[in-house]
Ligand binder design. Structure first.
Ligand code: NAD
Ligand code: MG
Length: 394
């Protein structure tokens, strides 16, 4: 019987993972070691009971009594806090899903890799903030990372059986998000609710807003570089409003392999769950005659400066990804709480990178988690200053 853990079980990716695990037999087919979540302890407890998990962990200490009460008599162990989540990754499991949102997903993912497991990686921030470290840790401990971002799962699948030296380019598609056809002025004044309303994908709040600003695509370009090791100039992005093609790989003979599927993350999660084989996944089947048309357009870096910033991060390397992500997380928090406008997010990130680069430099590629966390801390602080400076100017 395979054993598994799900980090971020109560989120959008976590729920889809749970759904697939239940459909593939649930507790009769898998031994569930640990499930982690946030404040939604009722749902976490339900999942833990359904999968007969050994351990359920909430990220918040103040939620522990409620989690304990919800699991009374179930035999499921409970714990709380960031440290407890990382320790949950020390418990042996054959397969772990990394689906916590943000840089908080890095430490437990790293820990799981040290134990030589298969890590299904939805948490793109891990690769953006600590790509070289994560990949080196996986290599050193014989662990496998399977990308779960749809674009990266698509590239991974297009590369099966191929010689990576024959790859000329990778094309990551972008839906363009809800503001694809909005003017710069309209985008400037958008609300949080408008930014969250993704036209094709149903996702967590943070990644939905990141899709509207194209910070999500920016993270994904960096993620592509870090996971597959392609040179920045080999990595392209194209706007593809239908979100049917998730990525394409172009080879030295001019052939291009595309991965198609409906915009449903259970594709990528199901692939990772069943790898190296394939299993039944209950996603809608494509009706191409009904879809009728797949269209493409060049991305607009003026309205979506995140893409330009991603290029700068890839060129700078070192710890710039950690700074970029942390600044983006702060800017996103402040957009969600109404302090800054939508376009201010990119300005805050750009200013944070410039300030850190001028004062401290963006450093060398990380060799230890502490270096990443120190840059993350510095960038959050610097981004906070950049936000305050903008608010004072108003
Ligand atoms: P979500 O917000 O729906 O869920 C996040 C999960 O992480 C929840 O279980 C939450 O309780 C937990 N969490 C949040 N903050 C935490 C913290 N500080 N410590 C511990 N746990 C915490 O997010 P999501 O949309 O499922 O995305 C999860 C990850 O997968 C993100 O990195 C995202 O970029 C990536 N991803 C998501 C999608 C998607 O379709 N949703 C697609 C590709 C990649
Ligand atoms: Mg994606």
């Amino acid at each position: 019987m395979r054993s598994l853990s799900i980090f971020g079980a109560t989120g959008s990716i976590g729920e889809s993972t749970f759904d697939l695990v239940m459909r593939q037999g649930g507790p009769a087919a898998f031994r569930t070691v640990a499930l982690t979540g946030g404040r939604n302890v009722t749902r976490l407890a339900e999942m833990a009971r359904a999968l007969q998990a050994e351990l359920a962990v909430t990220a918040h200490d103040d939620c522990l009594p409620a989690l304990r009460a919800a699991l009374l008599g179930s035999g499921v162990e409970v714990a709380a806090g960031a440290q407890a989540i990382t320790e949950a990754a020390d418990r042996p499991a054959d397969w772990a899903m990394s689906a916590i949102v943000g840089a908080a997903g890095l430490a437990p993912g790293m820990r799981a890799l040290r134990h030589g497991r298969t890590l299904a990686l939805a948490n793109k921030e891990s690769l953006v903030t600590a790509g070289p470290l994560l990949m080196a840790t996986a290599r050193a401990h014989g662990a496998t990372i399977l990308p779960v971002d749809s674009e990266h799962s698509a590239v991974f699948q297009a590369l099966i059986g191929e010689d990576i030296a024959c790859v000329e380019r990778v094309i990551i598609t972008a839906s363009g998000g809800p503001f694809r056809d909005w003017t710069l002025e309209q985008v400037r004044n958008c609300t949080v609710a408008q930014a969250m309303a993704h036209p094709n994908w149903s996702m967590g709040q943070r990644i939905s807003i990141d899709s509207a600003s194209m910070f999500n695509k920016a993270l994904e370009l960096i993620e592509t570089r870090e996971f597959f090791g392609f040179a920045p100039e080999q990595i392209e992005t194209v706007v593809h409003p239908q979100s049917i093609i998730h990525a394409m790989v172009g080879f030295c003979d001019g052939a291009v392999m595309a991965h198609l599927g409906p915009p449903d993350m259970r594709h990528a999660i199901g692939f990772a769950l069943n790898w190296p084989g394939r299993g039944e996944v209950p996603v809608a089947r494509l009706d191409l005659a009904q879809i009728a048309k797949l269209s493409f357009q060049a991305p607009d870096e003026q309205r979506f400066p995140a893409l330009r910033l991603a290029r700068e991060v890839m060129a700078a390397g070192g710890l710039s990804g950690a700074a970029f992500n942390a600044a983006k997380e702060i800017a996103l928090d402040r957009f969600i709480d109404g302090s800054i406008g939508f376009l201010d997010m990119a300005a805050v990130v750009e200013e944070t990178l410039a300030r850190i680069s001028a004062r401290n430099g963006l450093g060398n590629s990380p060799t230890a988690l502490e270096e990443v966390l120190a840059m993350d801390h510095l960038a959050r602080h610097t981004a906070g200053d950049a936000v305050r400076a903008r608010l004072e100017k108003r």
